[in-house]
Design a protein around this ligand. Sequence first.
Ligand code: HSE
Length: 429
Amino acid sequence: MRTRPLKVALLGCGVVGSEVARIMTTTADDFAARIGAPVELAGIAVRRAGRPRPGVPEHLLTTDAEALVNRGDIDVVVEVVGGIEPSKHLILSAFEQGASVVSANKALLAKDGAELHTAAAEAGVDLYYEAAVAGAIPLIRPLRESLAGDRVNRVLGIVNGTTNFILDKMDSTGAGYSEALEEATALGYAEADPTADVEGFDAAAKAAILAGIAFHTKVTAADVYREGLTEVTAADIASAKAMGCVVKLLAICERAADGASVTARVHPAMIPLSHPLASVREAYNAVFVEAEAAGRLMFYGPGAGGAPTASAVLGDLVAVCRNKLNGATGPGHSVYTRLPAKPMDEVVTRYHVSLDVDDRAGVLAQVASVFAEHGVSIDTVRQQGRDGDASLVVVTHRATDAALSATVDKLRALDSVRDVASIMRVEGE
Ligand code: HSE
């Protein structure tokens, strides 16, 4: 075994960083044995010194991240700060210094991943980020390495634990969105400002990363269609139940049937109870991958939290340290297919459309003809009469988002349609 240690700079010492520091220092001998050289935590950059950080060696703390990265003897920089800057600048500086980088920064990778990968390749170092998508679940390396000999056609994932917790609460208790969000906040799942989770930004960043890796092309967060779950009602959940479905916030990455483009989207969707993703409860994450030779695979586990995310970070740390010792780098960013990302209008899926209509002769025929006019074929219709009006639930066969939107615009203009109560996509069949 090499006796000179590999030196690691840790940027960030919050929920994840403090677990990384704790596990690294308490299991240093195992790390050395697995890597073939000791690994030394050389410094920890924090925003504010002086906060109590139990288990974190205080003498390693510094508020000067720039100086730590540029001190000249760092082999690996672990970035668990998040956000675009200063993380991006620090990562680029690390590459210039010849250091490999392990990052958990989904927002940065979904925005500037291609630029960072190019910089890493030019510097001859690694950029690994298993923790950026779905916390502890091994996903990036299975997609990039284990499935490198296969052709992935679809990735369907629950990649945000907060929203899965909220939807699961709504489903199991009948609660409305606000009540379920309150519970998620009280239990520490949702942050004080839950926007990134509930509006789907967090899941969209993860979808961009997964789509890029799965389809060997460049996809950024800006290419991902995004709808959050704030409009999902208790009535939607009940309607899903009546159909034998459950509502999930899904990240869906697909290769088009003609193989010439890809799409990535995040939105609430109904999935049948028989689909493996339907059984993902509470704040768990799961990603369902459909590959040509492998068939259907499911990856499941905790998608957030200090120790689970630290597990993914440390797995990457071991991998990049091994590469360093071998004078090698791991697989880089594969974008050879150069498949363009298609807009949402062209996505083809099924829809659940819930309408409040007048309950009189000819209304059902009128509604059905609007679907027909736009080439949207109806699969099932369920009507329930109320005093003078009726609730009409139409589930369609597969149609483009553009055709469905045009159908809904026309339905809204009908006198007999009092309200388009909800529209939800139906996936996973
Ligand atoms: N806020 C995310 C979630 C975890 O609720 O899953 C970090 O990506």
